[in-house]
Write a protein that binds this ligand. Structure first.
Ligand SMILES: [Zn+2]
Length: 141
């Protein structure tokens, strides 16, 4: 009897924890993320910002909301990097811009061979062919 009495408070505490947990998950489930709403680019109706496909008309949305990939980069401008690469690639300007200082100095050292300028020009074109997400994931970190 005494043993059961000792465990009783613990049991009720567990029960309480369980109740708190379920109510908090309920709150998460029932309160929709009204703050992150976008408008379908086909039918114009408000849909969840994370929705890939509009639930109203079934049209795939252009992906604007990609926090994982965008978070990987520091938000450097892809077109600016491409311009640096094509115009000043021989000096490694785009490498300095992307924070790759070591590579930038390599370009500077071999500037006189004109090879960095050619590589830079090609890299600039590659940057332009990438999407912003791809660029951030591959170069901007
Ligand atoms: Zn729609």
């Amino acid at each position: 009897m005494a043993g059961i009495g000792r465990w009783a408070p613990l049991a009720s505490l567990r029960q309480r924890v369980h109740i708190v947990r379920t109510s908090s998950t309920e709150k998460l489930m029932t309160s929709p993320t009204t703050t992150s709403v976008k408008f379908c680019h086909a039918c114009g109706r408000a849909i969840d910002a994370r929705a890939e496909i509009c639930p109203h008309c079934g049209v795939r949305q252009p992906m604007m909301y990609t926090p994982a990939v965008v978070g990987a980069g520091s938000g450097r401008n892809r077109v600016a990097a491409a311009l640096f690469a094509m115009l000043l690639g021989g000096f490694g300007a785009h490498k300095f811009y992307l924070g790759k200082i070591g590579q930038g100095f390599l370009y500077l050292i071999f500037f006189w061979t004109a090879i960095p300028a050619i590589i830079g020009f090609v890299e600039g074109i590659i940057y332009l062919t990438k999407s912003d997400q791809e660029f951030a994931a591959e170069y901007d970190w």
